[in-house]
Write a protein of this length. Structure first.
Length: 295
């Protein structure tokens, strides 16, 4: 477009690249005797036709190029779709493995922490029981030696007796509590909210999102493209191909010749024509195939 010739109001011509990019008035680059408005100059019928013609040709060429590319790809649409799907699936599998490892570690670490706390609680429970039992046994020994002195006055004996009754009741409560604590279950496991799992996993795992395909073009790999056929019979069996063998040949690397599968008109049984070179195989006289009647 830079080399496109533009007619100036004065009648001279200049290349498009010599014009300014903004719409301000500029001095004529040829005669230098007048000023020109870019928009008015480009809207002159001849210039407009030339510019739009160039624009049309450029768009048409790009369209033809894209159309040719589409025609080339129309038989490979499944290839690209499957390759894109395959790559995302590989990424998902890798992420699943990683998240499983991460979550398993977190779960194991949390489990170990709970077990550690549980063992500590169990040890504390045993220690407290032992200490409380020693205190009760000590009090029991005091009871064995307790005796009211008959020589003391009534009020003194009354006070001592009531104090001992109060101690006995207190120790009785301690003993009952200790029995319940050692025989009873003072801990239990409470399950967490499983409804949180889904939202947490979604945030941790990730998601499949749409992206701009023009920024992520899939490269065409020759080994993933149309199969490199060295053993036609296996390929034909896998694809249920019978009949037209013109596009398929196998190269016998050990014996250095080409094998061309041929099918007779009367039978679907396969035979082979052998050629010493690929060129002979390409330009061989083709035997009649039972599919020829459909072409």
């Amino acid at each position: 477009m830079d080399n496109l010739m533009i007619i100036l109001p004065c009648g001279y011509t200049t290349q498009y690249k010599n014009l300014p990019k903004d719409n301000k008035k500029f001095k004529c680059p040829i005669c230098k005797s007048h000023k020109i408005k870019l928009k008015e100059c480009l809207n002159m019928p001849k210039n407009w036709n030339n510019l739009k013609g160039f624009e049309f040709d450029q768009a048409l060429n790009e369209f033809k190029t894209s159309h040719r590319e589409l025609n080339r790809l129309k038989y490979k649409s499944d290839y690209y779709a499957n390759k894109s799907f395959r790559q995302v699936t590989i990424d998902l599998d890798a992420r699943r493995k990683k998240v499983k490892e991460l979550l398993n570690k977190q779960i194991d670490d949390y489990y170990d922490e709970l077990i550690k706390n549980l063992k500590s609680e169990n040890s504390t429970k045993k220690s407290n029981f032992k200490q409380s039992l020693e205190n009760i046994e000590k009090f029991d020994n005091e009871l064995k030696t307790f005796k009211i002195n008959d020589e003391e006055d009534f009020e003194t004996r009354k006070r001592e007796f009531e104090e001992m009754i109060s101690k006995v009741r207190n120790k009785l409560d301690e003993a009952k509590k200790l029995v319940n604590e050692i025989k009873g279950q003072n801990l239990e496991f409470v399950s967490g909210d499983e409804n949180l799992v889904k939202s947490s996993v979604e945030k941790i795992f990730g998601d499949v999102v749409r992206i701009d395909p023009s920024q992520n073009i899939i490269e065409e790999s020759s080994e993933d493209d149309i199969p490199n056929i060295k053993n036609y019979s296996k390929y034909a069996e896998s694809r249920s191909l019978k009949g037209d063998s013109s596009s398929y040949k196998s190269y016998d690397e050990q014996k250095q010749f080409y094998r061309i599968p041929v099918y007779s008109n009367r039978s679907s049984r396969r035979s082979e024509q052998v050629y010493s070179s690929e060129s002979d195989a390409e330009f061989r006289p083709r035997k009649h195939s039972y599919l020829d009647s459909y072409w």
